[in-house]
Design a protein around this ligand. Structure first.
Ligand code: PNS
Length: 173
């Protein structure tokens, strides 16, 4: 009988365009519960994003550096295929509000049916229940203050990216 201890590994997937304090809250709490957290950034060529996958991964790596057990990676295609390849048996998703639930439940059931990969839901801190990367980008684009919603280094990069794309000839990536 093998007495090899199991590594409790979990995936936190998403677009992270860019990572917000809401994401970080979930990642930090998951890091306290599991041995190894893999933050998996979806490479989605059909969705236009403000930051490249490499930039998003660099920001995530920087803001999760304080946790010794968080690793940042990217994936193409189905999340469950990535999980199986990486031997990750479980996905954690943050739930902000009941409006997230329908779609998340559908994906969780589909992922379990496809590959036996389970999803656990973690309620977000109420402080961040309204927070979404898309809203942060929109508010910042029109000059709203989003400094309390993002890690400081991410906030700086967001302002400079918006500055770049609003210069003549600038464009989204
Ligand atoms: O941050 P997002 O954009 O809400 O993250 C969504 C994500 C990446 C978790 C989800 O779209 C996903 O898992 N995409 C990978 C493709 C996939 O597996 N689709 C089938 C879902 S049942």
């Amino acid at each position: 009988m093998s007495a090899e201890p199991k590594v409790r590994r979990v995936a936190c997937p998403g677009s992270f365009d860019p990572v917000t304090n809401g994401h970080l809250d979930i990642i930090g709490r998951v890091a306290d519960l599991y041995d190894e957290v893999v933050v998996a950034v979806l490479v989605n060529r059909s969705k236009s994003s403000l930051f490249t996958v490499e930039e998003r991964m660099a920001m995530l790596t920087e803001v999760t550096a304080g946790y010794g057990n968080v690793r940042v990676d990217s994936f193409h295609g189905l999340l469950v295929d990535y999980c199986r390849r990486m031997e990750i048996p479980v996905i954690v998703k943050g739930l902000r509000a009941i409006s997230d639930f329908d779609y998340e439940l559908q994906m969780a059931q589909m992922n379990r049916g496809l590959a036996g990969v389970d999803t656990l839901f973690m309620p977000t801190n109420p402080e961040y229940s309204f927070l979404a990367s898309s809203l942060v980008k929109e508010i910042a684009t029109y000059g709203g203050d989003v400094s309390s919603l993002l890690p400081a280094s991410v906030y700086k990069r967001l302002l400079s990216r918006l500055d770049e794309i609003h210069r003549p000839g600038g464009e989204q990536r």
